[in-house]
Write a protein that binds this ligand. Structure first.
Ligand SMILES: [Zn+2]
Length: 159
């Protein structure tokens, strides 16, 4: 029995099932039955693939929704000598300490935490995700004051 390859697996199943009762020859009916089983396997495989795609799309939509909520907690700021980072808005901190996110990662909907590093001559902010690094134009340490809980704004000088 020739099955039109343009038919969907479900339509092919229906076509074979409709034709089974009209087949008088036992051999031909057996071949049609085997084809029916093969088409059922194809339909199951495609159905399973579609379920996987639906699951993946739901996860992506959820991740987008989560990111939209998360991204609203940050604002774009410029640090000296002239690079941009995302700063956690204090009112949206929810108990998290002040920190910056990497702007490049942020634009890719990723959370790249900026870590400060001190070299002998300068302070650097380095993305923990993409490893982008920026040198601050002041010698003040960005994280000084955070650990001791004072009101001191360690990033003020870099704004
Ligand atoms: Zn990054």
């Amino acid at each position: 029995m020739a099955i039109d390859p343009r038919l969907s697996p479900i339509a092919a199943l229906q076509h074979i099932a409709d034709s089974l009762e009209r087949i008088d020859d036992a051999n031909e009916r057996n071949r049609a039955y085997i084809e029916l089983q093969r088409q059922i396997l194809v339909a199951n495989r495609e159905w399973s693939g579609l379920l996987d795609e639906i699951r993946e799309m739901k996860d992506r939509i959820k991740a987008f929704d989560t990111w939209d909520t998360e991204s609203k907690r940050y604002r774009l700021i410029r640090l000296n000598p002239g690079f941009f980072v995302r700063e956690l808005i204090p009112e949206a901190a929810n108990g998290e300490p002040a920190h910056f996110l990497c702007e490049d990662c942020f634009n890719k909907r990723e959370r790249g935490m900026m870590h400060s590093e001190t070299s002998m001559y300068a302070e650097h902010l380095k993305c923990g995700r993409c490893k982008a690094e920026h040198t601050l134009s002041s010698g003040r340490r960005p994280n000084a004051g955070i650990a001791d809980g004072t009101d001191y704004d360690p990033f003020e000088k870099y704004r």
